[in-house]
Design a protein around this ligand. Structure first.
Ligand code: FE2
Ligand code: FE2
Length: 307
C-alpha cells in the first residue's frame, strides 16, 4: 500500500536525533577483540561510504519527485544518511581505528561507483533512480548494519545502530512506496518510456561496477565471520517485498533490477566467472592514481558530535 507522505514526514520530523545524544566514552569499547579489529575497520569504512552514497542518491531523488512532502522527506533522508556516516565515524574513533583527523579511505570499488554516480546521477530518470536506490538500501545500507550487531558486543554500537536502523526502517518504507507509485498505471507509461534511457552504456557500466562492490562486500562479511547467506537474504527481500505490491512488479526496471540482484547472489551463475570475479580482480589492481579526485560532497563528512 502506498503510504501517506504527509504523515510519514511528520513521523520523520518527530524521530530526529543527534550524535550528542550518545555517550561516546561510555564503557564497552574494550569488547572489540584484536581479532575483529582489522576486518571491522575495513567493513565500517565501507559502510561509512555507502551512507554517503545513500545521501547522494536521496539528493538526486529530491530533485526528481513532485510530491512536496516526498521532496521534504528526501531532504531529511539526506541529512540522516549523513548522520549515519558521522555516527559510524564516531564509532571508529571510539574503537581506536582512526587517528585524530584521519578519514577512512574508500576502496577502489567504491571510488569507481562514486565517480560513476557523480557523472550520471543527474541524467538518470526518476524511474531508474527510484528503483536502484531501494536495492542499494536493502542490500548495503539497512541490512548490513543488522548483521554487524550479531558480532559486535559494544553496547554503544548497539545504541547507535538502534537509532540508525529505526531511520532505515522509514527509508525502506518510503523506498517501497516510491516503487509502488512507479508501477501505477498513471506513472507506469513514463517509466516504460525511460526503459530506453535505462539501457544506455553508462547505466550498464554502473550496473557492472556494482557487481565488484557487492562481491568485495561479500568477502568482507565472510571475513568478519558472518554467514554470506544473510546478505543474500537481504537482497532477496527486495523482490519479496516488491512482489507483494499489486503495482511494483509492473515496472520493467524493477524486474530488471530484481533479476540482476538474484543473479549476483547466485554464486553458480556464469556472470561471476565471466564478469563479476574478473572485475573484482581488475578493480583491486586498478591504479589509484587513475581515479579522479573524490567528489566535493564527500568533504561534508565529520564525526564531531556537534554535527
Ligand atoms: Fe543509512
Ligand atoms: Fe538509508
Amino acid at each position: 500500500m502506498p503510504i501517506a507522505t504527509d504523515d510519514m514526514l511528520q513521523k520523520i520530523k518527530d524521530r530526529q536525533w543527534a550524535l550528542a545524544d550518545i555517550d561516546w566514552n561510555a564503557p564497552g569499547a574494550e569488547l572489540i577483540t584484536d581479532e575483529q579489529r582489522p576486518m571491522l575497520k575495513d567493513f565500517m569504512a565501507d559502510v561509512v561510504w555507502v551512507e554517503a552514497l545513500g545521501a547522494c542518491g536521496f539528493k538526486a531523488l529530491e530533485l526528481k519527485v513532485e510530491d512536496p512532502y516526498l521532496k521534504e522527506i528526501y531532504r531529511y533522508f539526506q541529512a540522516e544518511e549523513q548522520r549515519h556516516a558521522n555516527a559510524e565515524l564516531a564509532l571508529m574513533h571510539r574503537w581506536g581505528m582512526l587517528e585524530q583527523d584521519e578519514f577512512p579511505e574508500p576502496t577502489v570499488q567504491l571510488r569507481l561507483i562514486m565517480q560513476w554516480l557523480d557523472k550520471n546521477v543527474d541524467k538518470m530518470s526518476l524511474g531508474v533512480l527510484g528503483t536502484l536506490i531501494p536495492m542499494l538500501e536493502v542490500a548495503l545500507d539497512g541490512a548490513l548494519l543488522k548483521f554487524l550487531l550479531d558480532e559486535v558486543k559494544d553496547p554503544v554500537c548497539h545504541e547507535t545502530f538502534a537509532k540508525i536502523n529505526s531511520d532505515e526502517s522509514r527509508h525502506l518504507a518510503v523506498d517501497f512506496h516510491l516503487l509502488e507509485v512507479l508501477g501505477m498505471p498513471r506513472t507506469r507509461h513514463l517509466v516504460i518510456n525511460t526503459v530506453a534511457t535505462f539501457l544506455t552504456p553508462s547505466v550498464l557500466m554502473g550496473l557492472v561496477q556494482f557487481a565488484p562492490l557487492l562481491s568485495s562486500t561479500r568477502d568482507k562479511i565472510i571475513g568478519i565471520g558472518l554467514p554470506e547467506e544473510k546478505l543474500y537474504r537481504a537482497i532477496r527481500r527486495f523482490g519479496e517485498v516488491g512482489d507483494k505490491s499489486p503495482t511494483t512488479p509492473r515496472n520493467p526496471i524493477y524486474q530488471a533490477v530484481k533479476y540482476y540482484g538474484n543473479m549476483v547472489m547466485d554464486r553458480h551463475h556464469p556472470f561471476h566467472r565471466y564478469v563479476g570475479d574478473p572485475l573484482v580482480a581488475i578493480t583491486n589492481r586498478y591504479p589509484r592514481r587513475w581515479l579522479k579526485p573524490k567528489p566535493s560532497w564527500t568533504e561534508s563528512l565529520a564525526y564531531e558530535p556537534a554535527a
